[in-house]
Design a protein around this ligand. Sequence first.
Ligand SMILES: [Zn+2]
Length: 244
Amino acid sequence: MIRLYRPSDTVLSQAVRKDMATAQATANTYSRNDPEIERQWNNFRRRKAGQEVWNALTNAYHSKCVFCERVNAKTLDHFRPKERYPKKMFRWNNLLLCCSDCNRSKGNQFLFRDSVPLLLDPTTRDPAEFFEWDTTTGALIAISEPARQPYAMHTLNQLELNDQPLQGERVAKLKAVVYLLARVVREQPVEGDTREQLQAELHPSRPYLGIIRFLFRQPNTFRPLVDASRAKLPEIDSWVKPWL
Ligand SMILES: [Zn+2]
């Protein structure tokens, strides 16, 4: 999981914003679990407006799942499930992009603690304030701070963010980046191939940058290597800037 920025709804055309406002005005009359919710949503997805919203989010998030950071997200998801919150179903701020696994795990459950959703939305709350990353196993670890831990734990469990393939893929990502950073420090001068591969690994469109952000920002065993490679190849700072 990594902090994300939501573009303003002005990335959508005026016609699409109007379409959504009209659809929302109708949806405001639906009760929870109203069969119209699914029907009107499917209808919206088939319209130009649905396509434009999808395009705007896949552009903004590089087709990555906002929760697990896998690429190739397939679902236009409602952060607050539309069956329970029809008053949010066409609201830009409630729409996210996620993979089918996260979508399935998420389901229609939506719980609160102290009136704040237990599930973390990475476009409004920074995952780095709730998690640490185990650089050996790739596991996400809920921070122990009592005010934040319940949200972190709930998000981990609800979305199964520590399921085995994900952990392994995060470690593989970390190893690939660490290997290239070590090459940057070692090579005199840094070879073009090393530079190119590192730039590609750090591109915002690549999966699992959450663990790399942790590597670059928080205390960990690789921090001296990160600092040495950034000092030697200052371009790294511009490559990580979009997500650091
Ligand atoms: Zn996912």
